[in-house]
Design a protein around this ligand. Structure first.
Ligand code: BJW
Ligand code: ZN
Length: 248
């Protein structure tokens, strides 16, 4: 299933970076954004995941996030997340760069996780910046957008919408991880949303071996050194097994 060249790279690698997207959480029951099982049949994510949409119709945007918060609170990491958490223990330098907001990498035990698009478990007031946990805003789950207890400003989820800057620290750390990676994995992402989508290319330009794991080919596939087609929840445990054998 894995080429000899890839296995040798895995044995000799000092630094590994992994970019993940919605596909890695699909087997946990989190819907992806694009494609047939796209998250929200009525709207494209581009139409809801932006500040203007939130200001124009906060109730609609909140309906989408309540729905997703409920899904995410009720599901668990899958074998793909757990395999990555185990891989981290085998390498000195191992970073997960995730576009996901579902916290499943941390829940699976991964330690070095850079969240590029925020985290659905946090929320903040757009007027005064005060942070709220999901529990704190749960009482307002009555079709109305939650309001800040201090200043009555609108509260939003702490995620990155289109047109917004990514968290600077997470971005800088991700760029560094991509540049120093001997192997760079792109897993379960359509790799079309920038600047996250530039990381595989940044890594490759700096000499990384680029590996894509996805159920279907993407725009990145032509640039990848290795394309492994299949479900990440099935492939990553096999990869972990192959790496463990390499180290014996
Ligand atoms: C499996 C599987 C299984 C399924 N196993 N695989 C024109 C050109 C270039 C760039 C731009 C442009 N116009 C605008 C931009 C910039 C824009 C952008 O990139 N747009 C593109 C759509 C063109 N980017 C931004 O705006 C970013 N900010 C920025 O650039 O700041 C600078 C700036 C400032 C001011 C003005 C302008 C620029 C911010 C992007 C924020 C993205 N936010 C979202 C929502 C987050 C919050 C939330 O979750 O609600 O992030 S959108 C959504 O897409 C989410 C995801 O993280 C992101 C990526 O999606 P992902 O993860 O790849 O999911 P899918 O569904 O696309 O793919 C799933 C994949 O899994 C598929 O390939 C399946 O095959 C696969 N799969 N099951 C393995 N079991
Ligand atoms: Zn406030």
């Amino acid at each position: 299933m894995f080429s000899e060249r890839f296995l040798t790279k895995l044995r000799n690698a000092r630094s590994i970076a992994v970019l993940t997207g919605a596909g890695i959480s699909a087997e946990s029951g989190v819907p992806t954004f694009r494609g047939d099982d796209g998250i929200w049949k009525k709207f494209k994510s581009e139409e809801l995941a932006n500040f203007d949409a939130f200001i124009q119709n906060p109730e609609l945007v909140w309906e989408w996030y309540w729905h997703r918060k409920q899904i995410i609170a009720s599901i668990r990491p899958n074998p793909g997340h757990y395999a990555l958490a185990e891989m981290e223990k085998l390498y000195n330098c191992f970073a997960i760069i995730t576009q996901n907001i579902d916290n499943l990498h941390r829940r699976a035990g991964s330690k070095t996780v850079y969240e590029l698009h925020g985290n659905i478990e946090r929320n903040y007031c757009i007027a005064c910046g005060k942070y709220f946990s999901n529990e704190e805003i749960l009482q307002s789950q009555d079709k109305k957008a939650p309001r800040c207890v201090t200043c009555n400003g609108l509260v939003r989820p702490d995620v990155v919408w289109f047109g917004e800057l990514l968290p600077q620290d997470a971005w800088n750390a991700s760029e560094r991880a991509a540049k120093r990676a001997d192997i760079f994995f792109s897993i379960g992402t359509s790799a079309i949303v920038y600047p996250a989508a530039s990381l595989p290319e940044i890594a490759k330009n700096e000499g990384a071996y680029l590996v894509e794991i996805n159920v279907e080919a993407t725009e990145l596939s032509l640039k990848a050194d290795e394309v492994i087609l299949g479900k990440s929840g099935e492939i990553l445990p096999k990869l972990l097994e192959a790496i463990t054998l390499q180290f014996q």
